[in-house]
Design a binder for this molecule. Structure first.
Ligand SMILES: NC(=O)C1=CN([C@@H]2O[C@H](COP(=O)(O)OP(=O)(O)OC[C@H]3O[C@@H](n4cnc5c(N)ncnc54)[C@H](OP(=O)(O)O)[C@@H]3O)[C@@H](O)[C@H]2O)C=CC1
Ligand SMILES: CC(=O)N[C@@H](CCC(=O)OP(=O)(O)O)C(=O)O
Length: 333
């Protein structure tokens, strides 16, 4: 028997990807997979890609999870804080939701509403100091999917003083799994196919998280819905300060990393190249006309944007090799 892990919200997109990764992980054993409306169903009936795993979804009840060494929470916003509070301290928790990401209660109130549940250790191992903090933590708040894509592109540049922190502009497109599996009319194939649209224009809830994680002081963020199931591509632009070379800064920041790749010169990230993996691909250039630095960043929103990142954090928390059960290589085409 390996290390006992459980997934709450296993019937959702992020939960299904967690179970897939756990099934291929050399050290983790799934001891519970829970759901809400679909409790009682066979896991493989909900997730056909998991055919062959003999698992029945049970109700999301703390008693079903308390027996695990580590619990992944892949629940709607607002549900994980209440559930985590009912788990014993000895059970480690990685929350894929937003409940514990923000340190500023006013930012939480403004973007999410309702009571602020308090901040946990932020689950982005590639940020300076964060790897050790995650390894020492009992509770980790996994990143938002856009927040991971954008923070990996921007944080080293602001930390090095290579770009100005008060004029960051981001335009990004996400696949539809980013919105979860619950039925929503605007996500019907007939609405999404052949279309590209902005949404939450100028109001996206990841803005305070990205500012907190990167040190950006002013951020304009325009998200778009793309007609594809998975993947996020972000263009992050900012004014260079002239004091540090952006390309060298990014290459130095990620030189020893397993999952974050600054691509060879002239090669730009594509979402498809990251799908199914825990990779984030980056490229940096300077806009010929405006002189702004442009960083392009791509990842799989269910991989490095959610479940892959959560397994990476769990590996650190459990003292396992950080890369265990994870691939840096996508399944393109
Ligand atoms: N999808 C993504 O790309 C990313 C998602 N996340 C976060 O991960 C979490 C899960 O997202 P995702 O998988 O996309 O969402 P889904 O809508 O696909 O899945 C939600 C899960 O939560 C369960 N659930 C629904 N309502 C309740 C409730 N009231 N109490 C307990 N469980 C409930 C559902 O069960 P059932 O189906 O049985 O009703 C399902 O298992 C969210 O917080 C999301 O923000 C973070 C990063 C990326
Ligand atoms: C396409 C789409 O709707 N994406 C979602 C991504 C949210 C997400 O996954 O992150 P959180 O965990 O912070 O909710 C959105 O933009 O709100």
């Amino acid at each position: 028997m390996g290390i006992r892990v459980a997934v709450a919200g296993a019937s959702g997109y992020a939960g299904g990807e967690l179970v897939r990764l756990i099934a291929g992980h050399p050290e983790l054993d799934l001891v519970a997979a829970t759901a809400h409306s679909q409790a009682g169903a066979a896991l493989s009936a909900v997730h056909p890609q998991l055919a062959g795993l003999d698992v029945t979804l049970t109700a999301t009840d703390p008693a079903a999870l308390a027996d695990a060494d580590l619990v992944f929470l892949a629940l709607p916003h607002g549900e994980s804080a209440a559930l985590a509070a009912r788990l014993p301290d000895a059970v480690r928790v990685v929350d894929l939701g937003a409940d514990h990401r923000l340190t500023d209660p006013a930012a939480w109130e403004s973007y999410y509403g309702g009571p602020h549940a308090g901040a946990w250790t932020y689950g982005l191992p590639e940020l300076p100091g964060q790897r050790a903090a995650i390894a020492a933590a009992g509770r980790v708040a996994n990143t938002g999917c856009y927040a991971a894509t954008i923070t990996l592109a921007l944080a080293p540049l602001i930390a090095a003083g290579a770009v100005e922190a008060d004029d960051v502009v981001v335009v990004a497109a996400s696949g539809t799994t980013g919105a979860g599996k619950a039925v929503k009319p605007h996500l019907l194939a007939s609405e999404v196919m052949g279309d590209l649209s902005t949404y939450k224009t100028g109001t996206h809830q990841h803005v305070p998280e990205i500012k907190q994680a990167t040190g950006a002081r002013s951020l304009s963020f325009t998200p778009m819905l793309a007609p594809m199931p998975r993947g996020i591509l972000a263009t992050v632009t900012a004014r260079p300060t002239g004091t540090a070379d952006p390309a060298a800064t990014l290459r130095d920041a990620y030189a020893g990393e397993s999952f974050v790749r600054v691509l060879p010169d002239g090669t730009f990230p594509r979402t498809a190249a990251t799908l199914g993996s825990n990779a984030c691909h980056l490229q940096v250039t300077v806009d010929r006309d405006s002189g702004r630095v442009i960083v392009v960043s791509a990842l799989d929103n269910l991989g490095k944007g959610a479940a892959g990142q959560a397994v990476q954090c769990a590996n650190l928390m459990l003292g396992l090799p950080e890369t265990a059960g994870l691939s840096a290589f996508g399944v393109m085409p």
